[in-house]
Design a protein around this ligand. Structure first.
Ligand SMILES: [Zn+2]
Length: 877
């Protein structure tokens, strides 16, 4: 597909696009007019038009403005009424998929601007019948909205004899440069049919699904005679005013408190907040038909206005384009319509354009999109310079906090009588994010997204506070960044002693503690050993005189562990909830738990490790208000091994894997392999190397895997991924002809997901990496031997770790084989390379067994749980 060298539009843009010699599209070409036309004189021209239509005796309205409440409605009404002093009648077609936020925006629009409004609500049953037909006929859930929005104003103009209709932007001009601004094109029946209505007038639907004239009549455009009699004309404001929807919305937020909201499939938070489906299911159908979505429209617009570079635009497209529709919203739609999911996608997929899509591993994949055209020839030559550094879309405060959009509001009042009563005091949430992993597992999930959207004040406390990319990714008007500081020596010491004294007595934990100790002890230096021997001595004396009681240590910590930094943050923000990634297994979290407890603040541990209760808490964990767990197995462990009160154990499914289960869309193999310096024609064996302190025999394994990959029959290649803090340079020339990467630099979940997906087999050592591979149905193998070495003492071998119940449980499912010799490793790899589908069912079974409800909505459940708890707290007060 051909793409514009300046913006992101493809040659198949449904509004028709043309390209010049330099591959610049007609839309970009016409857009240049925005910076050369004399807009003052154009505005004067508009004033002259308005003056001609001003009602002489004030008996009638001066003009009609079609509004939805969102998408430039405020700006158009504000301009026409406040700037030009016209007396408009607002008309709105009820699209039925209304969000409550949309209803509020519309209510405030008419009230604050003091306008009359005519609303047209067609019987939902009739709308459903029409929508069923348009889905079958041309895959659209939105036809009735557009048909209604474009017919109802004209019908009113004819009926009420108000000849002037005022529209916002003409999409044909703004997107593809169909006309020059100076052509001053006006509304026509032809454009409406061909472009707005996808070629289908209401009349064309007669007979389809037995639709009658009576049922479709409301969508009929008045006939030419009627229109001529009144002299109806529709003008577009973007021919007279330099159009910049972002700037316009920001002014409206400032003037009238227009409510913006996060959108599912695009970064623009201003435009379609009134609808459940426009930026979601409807936009996904556009992707199916044309291979691009709203995000391309929005990024293109911002590129042309000089707020994004083409590359930044492509990055945004990559981020949003392939996100699948929100399951719950789609379900809402299908329940409303009375259609099953299977039926719906059956129709929708008929319109999947086979020139754009292909099937791979049973998944539809885009053959091509603008993502792979970042480096097209000629881009540099036609580039427009950036005029603004940032392109930030803000989330303005919602008039009702903590409201969950779950149902369509067919008719609603929208105005909030006593705003203040409903407006809760602004709740504050602490996110304690100590490592890159936790960024992936907490901030890059719905937990953060939903709580951010709710308008709570979120304080991210993290060592990445000053990292510009980090800030850029998570910023927002309700987001604050703070530094995560160290605990201090006394706190460290007390923490140490406490953990020593409060070791858990369960026989299993005792056993694991021995293995844990072995692993840690093996690789410490002699010098280190002497120092720690002395330290141990002092420790033993103190431990001898302190009681082994939790209550005692809670008291000590409460009064002796003073972390100035932490105390300052609690004082400054007075948080209502603290969200952490562990309940004190990482020392940095511990002080936050202590302070939360001391100040009676809710605290939640979202620990994302499958071995959390068996392997990470070898001493009694600290008290939090709740633990968010994967599934029942974890709950059982928490109760049995750690004696945690079951009331505090909340099973939510694996939030760390939501991305895989719902949003993940792999990159094309070729593109991904090129990035990593790999050959797309060869199979890929990926080795996840553990740090040497835990597994010192990496070199042996790398050598063996290299040999296996080079065997002629296997036609494979080796790739090595090193854990963070694992320095590959120590392997010297061994890595000369082997591509590799480090976890520190390549930690983004998208990257990891692609690596797992495109690997043909994953090999690792007791690592979650292998479990993750199963989520994308890639075979994985656990190594349970020590390279070329053989330990006499079984406890010295890493093999001992696999005796943990959790490993045994997983191995038993047959999802991830444990190999205990090099021969077994070779055999398993070759089996998998030859038949990649092997063990597919086992992998699925394992995911289900370990992670319970693995539907991709764990983050949403966690966020909703926290919101509920916050609401309960408010009621108590
Ligand atoms: Zn262009």
């Amino acid at each position: 597909m051909k793409y514009c060298a300046r913006c992101l539009y493809p040659a198949n843009h449904p509004l028709k696009i043309t390209f010049d010699k330099k591959n610049v599209c007609s839309g970009c070409y016409i857009h240049e007019e925005k910076d050369v036309l004399n807009w003052n004189s154009r505005k004067e021209k508009l004033a002259r038009i308005f003056n001609a239509y001003r009602s002489k005796n004030s008996k009638n309205y001066d003009c009609i403005i079609p509004v939805s409440g969102a998408r430039d409605s405020y700006f158009v009404v504000h301009t026409v009424k406040k700037e030009f002093g016209m007396h408009p009648l607002l008309v709105t077609y009820n699209k039925q998929y209304n969000t409550y936020r949309g209803i509020r925006n519309l209510a405030y629009l008419r009230t604050k601007l003091g306008c009359d409004i005519a609303t047209f609500t067609v019987s939902p049953e009739r709308v459903k019948k029409v929508t069923r037909a348009t889905i079958k006929e041309f895959g659209s859930i939105y036809w009735h909205c557009i048909a209604g929005q474009t017919a109802y104003p004209v019908q009113n103009a004819v009926r009420l004899k108000i000849p002037l209709i005022i529209w916002g932007a003409h999409q044909g001009i703004d997107q593809v440069g169909m006309f020059s601004h100076t052509d001053e094109v006006e509304m026509t029946r032809k454009y409406r049919k061909e472009h707005d209505l996808m070629g289908y007038e209401a009349e064309d639907l007669l007979g389809i699904d037995n639709l009658t004239k009576k049922e479709l009549g409301v969508f009929f455009y008045p006939n030419d005679k009627e229109i001529e009699k009144v002299g109806v004309r529709g003008i577009y404001l973007n021919n007279y005013i330099r159009w910049d929807t972002k700037k316009q919305h920001e002014k409206m937020i400032e003037l009238y408190g227009y409510e913006s909201a996060l959108q599912h499939r695009t970064f623009d938070t201003y435009n379609d907040v009134d609808c459940f489906h426009y930026s979601d299911l409807h936009d996904y159908l556009k992707l199916i038909k044309y291979g691009y979505g709203k995000v391309t429209d929005h990024a293109t617009r911002e590129i042309r206005l000089g707020r994004l570079t083409r590359e930044e635009g492509i990055k945004l497209v990559r981020q949003y384009q392939n996100i699948e529709p929100n399951l719950q919203k789609t379900k809402l739609f299908l329940d409303w319509l009375g259609m099953t999911e299977k039926e719906f996608w059956g129709f929708a997929n008929k319109f999947r354009n086979s020139e754009i899509w292909e099937q791979h591993k049973k998944e539809w994949q885009l053959k091509d999109s603008v993502i792979s055209h970042a480096n097209d020839k000629g881009v540099e030559e036609v580039r427009i310079s950036k005029k603004e550094k940032k392109c930030e879309f803000i989330i303005s405060p919602a008039r009702i906090k903590n409201y969950q959009e779950k149902q369509y509001i067919l008719v609603g009042r929208g105005w909030i009588d006593e705003e203040k009563k409903h407006q809760e005091s602004k709740k504050t949430i602490f996110f304690v994010i100590a490592s890159e992993n936790r960024v992936n597992f907490i901030l890059r999930t719905d937990i953060f997204k939903i709580l951010k959207e709710k308008g709570y004040r979120l304080v991210i406390i993290s060592p990445y506070k000053n990292n510009p990319q980090f800030r850029d990714e998570f910023k927002g008007s309700n987001i604050i960044f703070e530094e995560l500081c160290k605990a201090g020596k006394v706190a460290d010491m007390i923490n140490n002693l406490r953990n020593e004294k409060l070791k858990i007595n369960h026989p299993k934990i005792k056993e694991w503690r021995i293995i844990h100790g072995q692993i840690k002890r093996r690789y410490k230096s002699q010098e280190h050993a002497i120092i720690s021997f002395l330290k141990e001595g002092v420790k033993k004396i103190i431990l001898g005189i302190t009681p082994q009681k939790k209550i005692f240590w809670d008291f000590i910590e409460k009064w002796l562990v003073v972390n100035r930094c932490c105390r300052k943050l609690f004082k400054k923000y007075k948080p209502d909830v603290v969200i952490m990634a562990s309940a004190g297994a990482g020392r940095k979290d511990a002080s936050f738990i202590l302070y939360a407890k001391k100040n009676k603040i809710l605290s939640y541990a979202v620990d994302n490790n499958i071995d959390v209760f068996e392997w990470r808490y070898l001493s009694t964990p600290r008290d939090v208000s709740g633990w968010m767990l994967f599934g029942e197995n974890q709950k059982k462990e928490a109760m049995e091994l750690q004696r945690i009160n079951p009331k505090k154990l909340i099973t939510t499914g694996p939030v760390r894997y939501d991305h895989y289960l719902r949003n993940f869309k792999p990159l094309p193999r070729r593109e991904f392999f090129q990035d990593l310096g790999l050959d797309p024609n060869k199979k890929l064996i990926t080795y996840g190397a553990k740090i040497p302190i835990i597994y010192p025999q990496n070199a042996d394994i790398i050598k063996s895997l290299k040999n296996i990959s080079e065997k002629e029959n296997n036609n494979a290649q080796l790739f090595v991924r090193f854990d963070p803090k694992h320095d590959p340079l120590q392997y010297g020339t061994l890595l000369d002809n082997i591509p590799w990467e480090r976890g520190e630099e390549k930690s983004h979940r998208d990257h990891v997901a692609n690596l797992l997906y495109h690997s043909d087999v994953i090999v690792s050592i007791g690592s979650t990496f292998c479990i993750e591979a199963c989520l994308v149905n890639t075979p994985a193998i656990w190594i349970g031997f020590d390279g070329y070495k053989k330990h006499k003492n079984p406890l010295k071998s890493y093999r001992a770790v696999y005796d943990l119940d959790l490993f045994q449980r997983i191995i038993k499912t047959g999802a991830i084989p444990l190999v205990e010799t090099l021969e077994e490793l070779i055999k398993e790899i070759e089996n998998y390379l030859a038949s990649p589908e092997k063990d597919t069912a086992e992998r699925k079974k394992m995911i289900h067994q370990e992670y319970g409800v693995a539907d991709g909505y764990a983050g949403e459940r966690i966020a909703n749980y926290i919101i509920d708890q916050l609401e309960k707290e408010t009621l108590k007060k």
